[in-house]
Design a protein around this ligand. Structure first.
Ligand code: SF4
Ligand code: SF4
Length: 371
């Protein structure tokens, strides 16, 4: 049996609990070109995107399945002119809506329209605290200045604001200033996300991988800032995988609480799952969401714990971390069913450490922007 074939013993899907959240990738179009973009290297074309009517029906199906929250994302979701209709459809189905945006296409009027359509929350990405470096990373002139204005417009509209900053070797030394900037923008929450090395980011690993010293300083800065801003701004910060010794509870488990829908209607257990070549994911153009959640072999493949190899299968932590990240296991070992190499107990952990050290030591300054 290859590692991607369905195992004979599985967690039963009939009793599978409903999902909590879904990520709706409305489009892969985006005016920015971040070198760490988590979208696939082969992007969906505009002509293949789900129509307004298809998304509206998907929101109905999602609510019926039990979904509570919907994250409207991309690409850049505000590139879709039907976004107010989509927000309204989500709201009509009782879904809590979060718009994840780079912000550069927004105006005060658009933000107001989204709010009146039912938007509950907005998450704005920033690339750095320094405008020149932020614009260089995103390859978008004056983007940073625009984002600062967008944050003010969001707060003026009375919407709660989360700021998201992806950090890597080329901005990590600014972490304290990035945190102060987010607080100054009136963010209720700051998500500091270290780059996940799949897709574009994997191509750019040598230019983005931080050094161990940078990570140590950043970990300390994040801990201090969490205390400084306690009660004013929640700071979400996770130690980067390549410098960790235990894996994260990725997606809270494969096919457990969450799914993502690509612009052309594929349903994924994780937004990066398409990086696992050899797996097939079903389309909402061929199946219902209920069928995919409960029956799709791709969702059942890594659900629960029965699929785990050793050392996970007999490990005391298996219910806590659920074996870590399948996409990372595939990216490092070529086997999506392997123990996440982040784990110090994985036979491939030394490989991951060596990759991190080699990438960080390379000092490569240049990266390839997302095209
Ligand atoms: S990571 Fe950057 S390029 Fe990719 S979708 Fe987000 S804003 Fe666009
Ligand atoms: S061996 Fe597996 S279950 Fe145990 S800590 Fe490592 S990844 Fe988690």
């Amino acid at each position: 049996m290859t590692s991607l074939e369905a195992p004979t013993k599985q967690t039963t899907s009939a009793g599978q609990r409903p999902p909590v959240a879904m990520l709706a990738e409305l489009t892969h179009r985006c005016p920015l070109q971040c070198p760490y973009c988590s979208n696939p290297t082969a992007l969906s074309r505009r002509s293949d995107e789900l129509s307004t009517g298809e998304w509206v029906d998907i929101f109905r199906q999602a609510a019926a399945l039990g979904v509570l929250q919907i994250h409207l994302s991309g690409g850049e979701p505000t590139a879709r002119t039907d976004l107010p209709e989509l927000i309204a459809a989500a709201r009509e189905n009782g879904l809590y809506t979060n718009l994840i945006t780079a912000g550069v296409l927004l105006t005060p009027e658009k933000i107001q329209t989204y709010k009146e359509s039912g938007l509950d929350h907005l998450q704005l990405s920033i690339q750095d605290n320094e405008a020149a470096n932020a614009d260089r990373i995103a390859n978008y002139k004056n983007g940073h200045t625009k984002k600062l204005a967008v944050a003010a417009w969001v707060r003026e509209a009375g919407l709660p604001l989360t700021v998201n900053a992806v950090v890597h070797r080329q901005n990590l030394d600014h972490l304290e200033a990035i945190i102060d900037l987010a607080a100054g923008l009136g963010a209720h929450r700051l998500e500091i996300a270290h780059v996940q090395y799949y897709g574009w980011a994997l191509r750019n690993r040598a230019a983005l991988m931080p050094t161990a010293d940078q990570v140590a300083r950043a970990n300390a800065a994040a801990a201090t800032a969490s205390e400084t801003y306690r009660g004013r701004m929640v700071i979400d910060y996770v130690v980067p995988d390549y410098y960790a010794r235990r894996p994260k509870r990725c997606m809270d488990g494969w096919g457990n609480q969450f799914f993502a829908i690509t612009p052309r209607g594929l349903v994924l257990p994780c937004h990066a799952a398409e990086t696992i070549t050899g797996m097939t994911f079903s389309s909402l153009r061929d199946h219902t969401l209920d069928w995919i959640w409960r029956q799709d072999p791709a969702f059942q493949r890594f659900r629960g714990t029965d699929w785990m190899p050793e050392p996970c299968q007999s490990c005391e932590f298996r219910d806590r971390d659920l074996g870590g990240c399948r996409c990372q296991a595939f990216a490092i070992t070529g086997d999506a069913a392997a123990t996440d190499p982040v784990c110090a107990l994985s036979p491939n952990h030394d490989l991951l450490v060596a990759m991190a050290e080699d990438s960080a030591a390379s000092g490569a300054p240049n990266y390839q922007h997302r095209r």
